[in-house]
Every structure is written in structure tokens, then in C-alpha cells.
Design a protein around this ligand. Structure first.
Ligand code: PHE
Length: 348
């Protein structure tokens, strides 16, 4: 071994000796101090013990063994002191409340809220439940029969057009076409298929239309359908329930009108508008359509085996988004589907 090698080996031994006293004496009185200590001696990159281990090859062969043993003893001491200090510090923390400062204000967990559409849907459903309506639901994937034919839509009715309807399967021998329902009215048919009058149901649900998306229309939206079939149901009953509904939702003094309209499955049919006050408009407001309704067409009842001489009924259907937008002053339907928390937060 050359002289210079001997010198490096001696230097390594001297370094180890000096380190040993520091390892034994460094004060470990905080988590931070223990951390620093660990890094100083054991860190893989710059730890001083790690460093000495790397210098073993420089030490003369006959000293290698004892040098290595001394490093290992030093390393064991470091580990033992870290372990002891950590235990001591954590038991001190536990005695004083587990390191929890009970005087700090609590952390507030953000809570979500019901989507405005869900809120409007539940509100509307509740109003009708109070009048004795049961809640029914139906499938969003429908067949052409329930969505159109059974509702008295003629085969060439424009509502069946590709422009409006999302078709899933073309008509085949097995069925006459599968589609996403364009309204909740098919559930009228499903209910009448399964129940005898008196029938009094409300049907909330999602519907789909292949429309150009804009501030006022979206490819999906929600409706609430109502159906009442019994002996002696008249248009007066329909007007009465719609008026009560509008008053609950828009206030006792709401101004409304029934406007003659057309739906294949009701006769006569009407649309209902409410007067929406808006100072900015020249007339101080405008009529806003909120729903479609009418007396169930006898054809529909007969098609389901319900005697239309004995039973009559009314039906109505309203768009939830429209009503939610009016109630909450929302002017763009698309925002209801963006799930922007800044928007949704306003409804908690
Ligand atoms: N289903 C009709 C629509 O979506 C609304 C409606 C329902 C009209 C019930 C009359 C009776 O436009």
C-alpha cells in the first residue's frame, strides 16, 4: 500500500472517531431534530455514515474488517437513538392531546347540494303528491309503440322524424323501432296497460330530443307527466289542478291562461302560459309557456281496453328545466349540465 493510500485510510478512521462522539451527543429533542439527524448520518446521498461505507475500499486489507465493524456499530447507535427519540417524542405528544391543538377552529368540509333540476323535480312531485297522485317511473329507452303509436301519433307525424328522435334500432320483425323517449307520455300508456281506473299518477323523468343545442334547448331534459283517469273527470278538474299547481309554484297572484293547442293523444288540448313580470320589457312582462295538457283522447283509452264511454281522463306534461329557469332566474339551459361548482353552490 502506498503512502497516500495509508493517509486516506487514516483520515477515514479519524473521521469515524469524530463522528462517533457526535452520534452519541447530538440532542434529539424535536421531530425536526430527529429528522435532521437521520438525514445527516443515514441519508443515501449525503449521509456521513453512508459516506464512510463508501470509503472501505481505501482502507488497508488488514484493517477493513475492524473498520467495517466500527461503522456498523456507529450505524446501529444512530438507528437506536432515532427509534428512542421518536418514541419519546410521540408519547409526549399523546400526553398533551396527541398533538391536537383543541383551540384551533375546525376544518369545514364542503358539502354538496341537490342540483336545481332535482330540487325543482322534487318540489313539483311533492305538490302533486299532496293532491293524491302516486309517483310512477318508466324506461328511458322506449319502443316506438309506447312513445308514438299508442299515443295516437299517425305513422307520418313529424315528431317521429329523424330530426327530433334519437333512434337506437330501426324497426324490424321483432319490434317497430327502439328509441330514446322524446317525452314522459309513454309512461301514461305503461300505467294504463297495468292498472284499471281510477288512475292518478305523476311521472318525473328524463327525456331526449335531437335538437340543435342553444341557450334554450338541450339534447336531454326533464319532464313531469300527470295522468288522471276515472269516471266523470272533466276539463274543469284539469284547470283546477293546474291552477293550484301554478299558485303553489309561482305565488297566489300568478296570472295564467289556457291556450288551445294540439297533441295527438289529447282532445281537446291546451297549453298553459303564465305571465312573467319583467320591467325591462315594453309590456312589463310576457307570457311564458309552462306545460301542455288536455283530455285523454278516447282513441288512446280504447286502444288499451279502457271503456271511453265510462271513463274520461286528463293528462299534462311540463318541462322541468323551463320551470327551474323561471324560478331561479337562469337564462341559459346549458349551464344546468356543466356541473360547474360555482354555479351549483348557489343552490345549497
Ligand atoms: N308530451 C307532451 C310534450 O312533450 C306534453 C303533454 C303531456 C301534452 C300530456 C299533453 C298531455 O310536449
Amino acid at each position: 500500500m502506498s503512502d497516500s493510500n495509508q493517509n486516506t485510510a487514516d483520515a477515514a478512521l479519524a473521521a469515524l472517531k469524530e463522528l462517533k462522539s457526535e452520534i452519541a451527543e447530538t440532542v434529539l429533542d424535536s421531530i425536526q431534530a430527529v429528522d435532521d439527524y437521520r438525514i445527516r448520518f443515514l441519508s443515501r446521498k449525503q449521509g456521513q455514515i453512508t459516506d464512510l461505507l463508501k470509503r472501505i475500499p481505501e482502507v488497508a486489507n488488514e484493517h477493513k474488517k475492524s473498520f467495517g465493524q466500527e461503522i456498523n456499530t456507529a450505524k446501529a447507535l444512530v438507528e437506536k437513538r432515532i427509534e428512542e427519540a421518536t418514541q419519546r417524542l410521540s408519547s409526549v405528544a399523546e400526553e398533551s392531546g396527541g398533538g391536537v391543538d383543541l383551540t384551533l377552529p375546525g376544518r369545514i368540509q364542503p358539502t354538496g347540494s341537490l342540483h336545481p333540476i332535482t330540487q325543482a323535480l322534487r318540489l313539483i312531485t311533492r305538490v302533486f303528491e299532496n293532491y293524491g297522485f302516486d309517483v310512477e317511473e318508466g324506461p328511458e329507452i322506449e319502443d316506438d309503440w309506447h312513445n308514438f303509436s299508442a299515443l295516437n301519433f299517425p305513422p307520418d307525424h313529424p315528431a317521429r322524424d329523424m330530426q327530433d328522435t334519437f333512434f337506437i334500432e330501426a324497426p324490424s320483425k321483432a319490434h317497430d323501432g327502439i328509441l330514446l323517449r322524446t317525452h314522459t307520455s309513454p309512461v301514461q300508456i305503461r300505467v294504463m296497460e297495468n292498472k284499471k281506473p281510477p288512475i292518478r299518477v305523476i311521472v318525473p323523468g328524463r327525456v331526449y330530443r335531437n335538437e340543435a343545442i342553444s341557450y334554450k334547448s338541450y339534447c336531454l331534459f326533464h319532464q313531469v307527466e300527470g295522468l288522471y283517469v276515472d269516471e266523470g273527470v272533466t276539463m274543469a278538474d284539469l284547470k283546477q289542478i293546474i291552477q293550484a299547481f301554478a299558485r303553489t309554484l309561482f305565488g297566489e297572484n300568478v296570472k295564467m291562461r289556457f291556450r288551445p293547442s294540439f297533441f295527438p293523444f289529447t282532445e281537446p288540448s291546451a297549453e298553459v302560459d303564465i305571465w312573467w313580470e319583467d320591467e325591462a320589457l315594453p309590456d312589463g312582462g310576457r307570457w311564458m309557456e309552462i306545460l301542455g295538457c288536455g283530455m285523454v283522447d278516447p282513441n288512446v283509452l280504447e286502444g288499451l281496453g279502457i271503456d271511453s264511454e265510462k271513463y274520461t281522463g286528463y293528462a299534462f306534461g311540463m318541462g322541468i328545466e323551463r320551470i327551474a329557469m323561471l324560478r331561479y332566474g337562469i337564462d341559459d339551459i346549458r349551464i344546468l349540465y356543466e356541473n360547474d361548482v360555482r354555479f351549483l353552490e348557489q343552490f345549497s
